[in-house]
Design a protein around this ligand. Structure first.
Ligand SMILES: *Cc1c(COP(=O)(O)O)cnc(C)c1O
Length: 419
């Protein structure tokens, strides 16, 4: 469920008409519903009530500090993958003891920042990283808590770019090397082994890969305990998919029904790292038709948002539904490519899409854009990044300003010899 609905012929986000926001803010912009964000977090969190757990929202899906603040207010923690994301979590008022830190390439500076910030734990992805954390922890005179990210060699059956749990992927430590890794971690003076971590990919629409991966990890936990390792946290990562078009992923309750019995048996505190499932359908990218044209019998709808604003269609071939902000009842349907202003043929938001005949100046909402939308946006073609708007009830708030031309050249300098 989400709070983007038509009232009459106008698309609304909660109780605000999208057209009115566009009039005030200009286009393009990202638009989020506070109510949907909060509800999605609550649905996920409550699905696992009865199990000691912590929901750590994966910041890379949507990192606006206003949005992070909503989840912090709901008791949520955060999964970070960089020093920058850690900075954002802290800026949003996160409890550092609810922050977990994953990623294959943590620098010493990032590790130092995380230890000084007193985060809950690192999810470690290699033995060299263990040595680096041990060294920094020694320097700071503390013991760093770690889980090892174990790669269960499970096919998440999703897009290859967002599948992470096969042994050919760069993530984590393989099952066969896990025991050795744990023994190494345990032997280091400034490391305390507290748990185990896995994350097998994103936009997973079946229960099976989650269960298969979990069963492998649980068997490993038993083995580690026999070896005397005190595994008390089990972090099962994120990855639950959403409906973009016609996918029917399990909802959090259905996933919980399958996983909870297995999770309970581990006597661990369970950590979840959902990203997409919380924010994906809570956001849209609102854009305006600049021009339309026909070329060789093909229709093009040229809009003011491009691949620099929402890269998923270009990068992954992703489908995003496109809705007119004003439904014109007598409008006939056309088949068109919806393309952006960027100088790349790969710059499209939809291909061969059946659409209402959107005319010049019509406004449209590219739906399901709340996850990996703004966070993957760039300034390519020197396009200022778009603003982010949060709706609550009948009010809306600018939670990130539109960039301007000065922002584009910020930090750039012409050296003296060129002056
Ligand atoms: C990306 C990522 C997530 C979130 O994935 P979603 O598919 O958005 O739920 C969770 N954990 C880790 C380690 C990640 O890299």
């Amino acid at each position: 469920m989400n709070d983007f609905q038509y009232k009459g012929s106008d698309l609304y986000c909660e109780d605000v008409s999208v057209k009115d926001i566009a009039k005030f803010i200009g286009t393009p912009f990202y638009l989020y519903s506070y109510n949907t964000l909060k509800n999605h977090f609550r649905v996920f969190n409550s699905a696992f009530e009865g199990i000691p757990h912590l929901v750590c929202f994966a910041i890379k899906a949507n990192s606006n500090i206003a949005i992070l603040k909503i989840f912090a207010g709901e008791g949520g923690g955060f999964d970070v993958v960089s020093g920058g994301e850690l900075y954002r979590a802290l800026a949003a008022g996160a409890d550092p003891q609810k922050i977990v830190y994953a990623g294959v390439g943590k620098t010493k500076e990032e590790i130092r920042f995380a230890i000084k910030s007193n985060i809950l734990m690192f999810n470690v992805e290699s033995s060299q990283e263990l040595f680096a954390i041990d060294e920094v922890a020694d320097e700071l005179g503390v013991k760093a808590w770690v889980s090892l990210r174990v790669n269960p060699d499970i096919d998440a059956k999703t897009h290859p770019y967002i599948s992470t749990g096969l042994k050919s992927h760069k993530f984590g430590i393989s099952m066969s090397e896990a025991l050795e890794g744990y023994k190494l971690a345990n032997s280091l003076g400034n490391i305390e082994v507290v748990g185990i971590h896995k994350h097998i990919g994103s936009q997973i629409t079946q229960v099976r890969p989650f269960v298969d991966a979990l069963e492998k990890i649980v068997a490993l936990i038993d083995q580690l305990r026999v070896e005397g390792l005190n595994i008390r946290y089990l972090d099962i990562g994120g990855g639950l998919g959403i409906t973009y078009k016609d996918e029917s992923p399990p909802n959090p309750k259905e996933l919980a029904a399958e996983l909870s019995p297995i999770l309970k048996g581990t006597n661990c505190t369970i950590i979840f790292e959902p990203g997409r499932v919380i924010v994906g359908n809570a956001g849209a990218l609102v854009t305006k038709v600049l021009y339309t044209k026909q070329s060789e019998g093909k229709n093009f709808v040229i809009v003011d948002a491009g691949m620099n604003d929402l890269v998923r269609p270009s990068f992954y071939g992703s489908y995003h539904s496109i809705l007119p902000v004003n439904k014109n009842s007598d409008s006939h349907k056309i088949v068109a490519d919806v393309v952006g202003p960027i100088c790349e043929s790969g710059d499209f938001l939809a291909k061969d899409r059946v659409l209402p005949d959107l005319k010049k100046d019509a406004i449209a909402a590219v739906m399901s854009a709340g996850a990996y939308g703004f966070t993957m946006s760039s300034n390519y073609n020197s396009r200022p990044r778009v603003p982010e708007i949060l709706v609550k009830g009948d009010e809306f708030f600018v939670i990130r300003k539109r960039e301007n031309y000065e922002d584009l050249v910020k930090g750039e300098e012409i050296p003296a010899f060129l002056k």
